[in-house]
Unconditional design. Structure first.
Length: 398
C-alpha cells in the first residue's frame, strides 16, 4: 500500500467518479486485505493509506469521501482516534474497523459519531464497498438534516427579530393612516438592522421613527430591536423629542458590539390636528412629502448618525402641512438599487420619481402605495434589492 499522500484507484476505475477513501491502518497485513477485497469487488474506490492518526491529519482530508479507521493505532487508541478525526474533518464520513473480540467498541463508535463499523476478517469486498457507500450517503443525509435544522432555527430567530423590529404602531388618531412595508435584501437569510415604530402620546402628538443600523446580520438586527424598544420607551416616558436622539445614542454606544457601528434615524413628530410636523434626522435621508398629486423631497439637513460624535446635535426642521398629505419615511436600501442595467443608483431623485409614478391610482390606498414603490424599485434593479428595505407612510385624510 502506498503512503497517505498517494491515492491508488483499482484497475478500470474512473478516477474522477471513484469514491475516495482514506484507510487509517497501521497493520500492513490488514491494509493489504482491505485493498485486495476492494479490488475483487470491482468497486469504484480510490484508496489512500495512513498508518497513524498523525499521517491522517497531514493528509488532505477534505479531498476524501470516507475514512476507514482502525480503532487500534499507535498514536490513538479506541474512541480517542475517532473523536480526533471528527475534530479534524467534521464532515467526513467515518467507517471504523474492530477486531473479532471487540465488536462492542464498534457499537460505541457509532454512538460517538461514526456512520458504521465493520469487523476485521468477517467482511467481504462486496460488503466493504457497500458499507463505504452507505457511510458516505448516511453522512450526507446527516449534514443535510443539520443544515435543515439550522435553517429552521434561523427562521424562528428571524421571526422573533422581525416582531421586535417591525411592531404594530400605537396610534389611535382616526384621521391618520399608517402603512408599513418591509422586505429583506436578497443576499441574507437574516434580517438586517432596519426598524420602525409609531406612538401617539396622550396629548395627541404622533411620533414616528425609522432607522437603520450599519452592517447586516444577527448582531445588527438585535441592536435594531433594542433601539426600537428604547425609542418607544423614551416616547412613552414623555422624554422631550429634542432629547430622544441623545438618549438613543447613549443606548447605542453602551450596547453596540463594535465601536464602528452607527445608526441613521429619522423621527417625525406630528402635532395634534396634523397642521405641522417636526422632522429630526441623524444621518438619515429626509422623508418625501406627497400632496396635490406631487412629490417633494424635503430639504432638511441631517445631523450626524448616532454613534459618531459624542456632542452631536440634531436640530428639528418644521414642516407645515396642508389639510391632505402623505409623508413617506424609508431606509436607504430602496435608493441603493441600480437602474438601467448599469452601475447607476436610483438615488433620492429617482426614488421621488418612483413614488410619483406609484402614487397615480393608489394615493388613497397607502398600503398599496408602499408596496408599489418597492416593486417598481425592484423592476428597475432587475431583481430583488441587495439591501433590506423599510418604509412607513403617514397619510392625513379629510
Amino acid at each position: 500500500m502506498e503512503p497517505s499522500d498517494a491515492i491508488r484507484a483499482p484497475v478500470g476505475a474512473d478516477r474522477a467518479a471513484a469514491m475516495r477513501v482514506l484507510l487509517v491502518e497501521d497493520d500492513d497485513g490488514d491494509a493489504l486485505i482491505v485493498e485486495e477485497e476492494l479490488e475483487l469487488s470491482s468497486a469504484q474506490v480510490a484508496l489512500g493509506r495512513a498508518r497513524t492518526l498523525a499521517e491522517a491529519a497531514a493528509a488532505d482530508l477534505a479531498s476524501y469521501d470516507c475514512a476507514l479507521l482502525d480503532l487500534n493505532l499507535p498514536d490513538a487508541d479506541g474512541l480517542d482516534g475517532l473523536r480526533r478525526l471528527r475534530e479534524l474533518a467534521p464532515e467526513l464520513a467515518v467507517l471504523v474497523l474492530t477486531g473479532l473480540d471487540d465488536e462492542r467498541r464498534g457499537v460505541e463508535a457509532v454512538a460517538a459519531g461514526a456512520q458504521d463499523y465493520l469487523v476485521k476478517g468477517a467482511t467481504s469486498g462486496v460488503l466493504l464497498a457497500r458499507s463505504l457507500r452507505y457511510a458516505v450517503e448516511r453522512r450526507r443525509a446527516e449534514l443535510t438534516q443539520q443544515q435543515l435544522s439550522i435553517a429552521r432555527l434561523e427562521a424562528r430567530e428571524n421571526a422573533r427579530l422581525e416582531r421586535g423590529l417591525l411592531p404594530e404602531p400605537l396610534v389611535t388618531d382616526p384621521g391618520l393612516e399608517l402603512a408599513t412595508h418591509y422586505r429583506p435584501g436578497r443576499r441574507r437569510a437574516l434580517l438586517g438592522g432596519d426598524f420602525f415604530d409609531a406612538v401617539q402620546r396622550p396629548d395627541g402628538t404622533v411620533h414616528t421613527v425609522i432607522g437603520d443600523v450599519s452592517g447586516h446580520g444577527p448582531d445588527e438586527a438585535a441592536l435594531g430591536v433594542l433601539l426600537r424598544i428604547a425609542w418607544r420607551t423614551l416616547v412613552l416616558a414623555d422624554v422631550p423629542a429634542a432629547e430622544v436622539f441623545a438618549r438613543l445614542q447613549d443606548v447605542l454606544v453602551a450596547e453596540r458590539h463594535a465601536d464602528h457601528v452607527f445608526t441613521t434615524v429619522c423621527m417625525v413628530s406630528l402635532a395634534p390636528g396634523g397642521g405641522a410636523a417636526e422632522v429630526r434626522l441623524a444621518g438619515h435621508p429626509p422623508p418625501i412629502l406627497l400632496r396635490d398629486g406631487r412629490t417633494e423631497a424635503l430639504a432638511a439637513a441631517p445631523g450626524p448618525p448616532l454613534g459618531i460624535l459624542d456632542d452631536a446635535r440634531w436640530p428639528a426642521f418644521t414642516l407645515p402641512l396642508p389639510a391632505v398629505w402623505s409623508l413617506l419615511l424609508y431606509t436607504d436600501g430602496v435608493m441603493d438599487g441600480r437602474v438601467g442595467g448599469g452601475t447607476a443608483r436610483l438615488g433620492d431623485a429617482g426614488l421621488a420619481e418612483v413614488v410619483s409614478a406609484a402614487q397615480g391610482g393608489s394615493e388613497d390606498r397607502p398600503q398599496e402605495l408602499v408596496r408599489l414603490v418597492v416593486e417598481r424599485a425592484e423592476d428597475l434593479n432587475g431583481g430583488p434589492l441587495a439591501d433590506d428595505v423599510a418604509l412607513v407612510l403617514m397619510a392625513r385624510r379629510p
